[in-house]
Design a protein around this ligand. Structure first.
Ligand code: URA
Length: 243
């Protein structure tokens, strides 16, 4: 689509007002200033457009980082349980955004919401090794260097009734007798709980601190979400473009 048309359609003024904005050098595609109203812009590039340094808001793609609270289902709607969809402001409910991946009902922390289906697919595909960092509070004996080595080699889960499952190497940092930080590069169902269970421990509380470059903002409270800036969007997307 022509750039002036895209901006006008996005509510930034009439075609002639938009041309004036462009001439004054206020619109950028990443670092490049765009002044030509006839510049052809592909739909996937639109997310990197800024006006006066701010993302062009009615871009087709939306990205939010939610601080998922405890007792909240990772789903957009549910008949019985409180869910992520209940935390969205009414203006977003019609935008077809959904969570990328899943956190358990009691797991708290970083959850990406977007309507960018392609990115969602790339981030959850086993091909992309996005680091996910979890703060784990557990019960049982304190984890030791033995588990640090076991996890770092890529353990095999042998659960009754299931075929053995080989996991990718994971980084375990011992924080205290009941807490550790675990970094995974894959996202198998209930993976953290299953890894801890395999060592004879149980997870009491689980909090995702980050997913790739995405973290909670300082002061962000459970249930709150923020819209990603164009830099945050780019930092998230860039590592998924080349496996
Ligand atoms: N691993 C789990 O066991 N639960 C989560 O919610 C996320 C990772």
């Amino acid at each position: 689509m022509r750039l002036d048309k895209l901006l006008a359609n996005s509510g930034y003024g009439t075609r002639s007002e938009v041309k004036d904005i462009l001439r004054s050098g206020r619109v950028r595609l990443r670092e490049d200033v765009l002044t030509d109203p006839a510049f052809q812009i592909a739909e996937e590039q639109a997310r990197f457009l800024t006006l006066d340094g701010q993302p062009i808001t009615s871009s087709r793609y939306l990205y939010y980082c939610l601080y998922k609270p405890d007792e909240c289902l990772t789903a957009m709607s549910d008949d019985r349980l409180f869910c992520v969809g209940d935390l969205l402001p009414p203006s977003l409910r019609t935008k077809k955004i959904s969570p990328v991946g899943r956190l358990d009902y009691h797991t708290t922390g970083v959850l990406l919401l977007t309507n960018d289906g392609e990115l969602s697919h790339r981030l959850t595909s086993p091909k992309w090794h996005q680091k996910k960092v979890y703060l784990v509070t557990y019960s049982g004996d304190a984890l030791t260097e033995k588990e640090v080595v076991l996890f770092s080699k890529g353990m095999t889960l042998t659960e009754t009734g299931h075929a053995p499952e080989k996991l990718k190497p994971a980084e375990l940092i011992l924080l205290s007798d009941q807490q550790c930080r675990l970094t995974l590069t894959e996202g198998k169902t209930h993976q953290v709980k299953r890894m801890l269970a395999a060592t004879g421990r149980s997870v009491i509380a689980l909090h995702r601190e980050s997913m790739g470059s995405l973290t909670l903002h300082e002061g962000q409270k459970p249930g709150e979400m923020y819209a990603l800036s164009s830099e945050e969007i780019e930092a998230l997307i860039r590592p998924t473009l080349n496996p």
